[in-house]
Design a protein around this ligand. Sequence first.
Ligand SMILES: Cc1cc2nc3c(=O)[nH]c(=O)nc-3n(C[C@H](O)[C@H](O)[C@H](O)COP(=O)(O)O)c2cc1C
Length: 357
Amino acid sequence: MDLFSPIDLGDLHLANRVVMAPLTRVRSGAEGVPGPLVAEHYAQRASVGLIITEGVYPGADSRGYFGQPGIVTDAQEAGWRRVADAVHAEGGTIAMQLMHAGRVSHPDLTESGRTLAPSAVAIDGEVHTQHGKARHVEPHALTEAELAVVRDEFVAAAQRAVRAGFDGVELHAANGYLLHQFLSPASNVRTDGWGGSPEARARFVIEVAQAVSAAIGGGRVGIRISPAHNIQDVAETDADETRATYLALLDGIRPLGLAYVSVLHADPAGPLVQELRGHVDAGLVVNSGFGRQTDREEAVALLERAHADAVAVGRAVIANPDLVERWRREAPENAPRPEHFYSDGAEGYTDYPRLSA
Ligand SMILES: Cc1cc2nc3c(=O)[nH]c(=O)nc-3n(C[C@H](O)[C@H](O)[C@H](O)COP(=O)(O)O)c2cc1C
């Protein structure tokens, strides 16, 4: 398959198979409202086949980072409408990543002053809040009634995203955030129906995917997973357990007719991801993680060898608003400036030059 050929993933129409990976950039202020600068940033990158936004918080207790945008209030929805309109005006397609931080958050970042998780197991480490660095706290273990509330927040957020003009949403079940915390036996030690076995750990993620699909249509829903990605204390070190959990998850969501499953794994062409792929009818988007920056050669090879339907590309898209054109022409690229990944303002955000400049 050719990286530059179009593809439909569910109801999403991609002009090419370069997907802008979700990239948190914390430029939406204390209120979590994306402003004109954020709209400009995404519109600049509209020539990728699909933009996945940065992780957006779906509820008052799910914010993970100061400056992260939300999709909870009318003002946030209006901000996102500006983003969707700007991307569509450039001919792009855009989905919103819904990210509940769970225990990765901190009481200073949430509305209720609680952080939520499957179980009361803290991360051993530190978090950045608006007041500087702080130790992670022991999270509140969600009750059965509260699970329904969180699920409904995902649904309401997805509905707001669609109202704001988004083409779809992506459920963030990767990288140690809430939904991943349910999947991992290190962070989920529940003994009720949502923990204790691979099937039970997969249950809440399946329930969220079912509810969101019922609300907006499965063809507009993607999900991101990162099996065996041992980050933020969600160790998935037992290969059999990991395999069983993700097979249970994928079999559970299979009937929903999702647009795509996005997998972050160091070896997308390797046995685990390719076995999981056998349980996916939706499109498969892959990304090989943080170890090495995705480049043209890797993306072309993954597509040519048919290991995936599309490739999620992170840092190269940060640095090159016209990455698809550069890759088509095998032109030189700007290098990313990581010191501005999580800073504020236009510098290192909307000021990367295009080829024509
Ligand atoms: C600055 C930055 C922010 C990120 N934010 C998110 C995020 O909000 N959600 C997510 O799923 N992954 C996030 N990631 C991971 C990327 O989507 C991607 O998997 C990673 O950058 C590796 O791909 P690359 O080598 O193409 O950059 C982030 C990565 C970076 C560098």
